[in-house]
Design a protein around this ligand. Structure first.
Ligand SMILES: [Zn+2]
Length: 87
């Protein structure tokens, strides 16, 4: 009984591995067609509350030297009004 169970287990692990490998390959192809490994969602730090926000969802403020990213409109407005006070 012992060796047979090990063989069955090995076959199951092999089938599971093949299924996972096939799924990974499939999702990679659909996500990044022609451009493997390209990062499209970079996390940026909100300078007001310190939260990390995906760049594509962040509220942008184009400053003179750099672009700032915020988690919400509220943080964006807070940053703008704080800059106004400095000047
Ligand atoms: Zn924020």
């Amino acid at each position: 009984m012992g060796p047979l169970r090990i063989i069955i287990l090995a076959v199951l692990v092999y089938i599971g591995y093949r299924l996972i490998a096939a799924n990974l390959k499939k999702s990679d192809d659909s996500k990044t067609p022609g451009e493997p490994g390209k990062i499209t969602d970079i996390l940026v730090e909100d300078p007001v509350c310190g939260k990390l926000v995906p760049k594509q969802q962040a509220h942008q403020l184009n400053g003179e030297d750099e672009t700032h990213y915020f988690c919400s409109r509220a943080c964006h407005d807070k940053f703008v009004s704080a800059q106004g006070e400095d000047e």
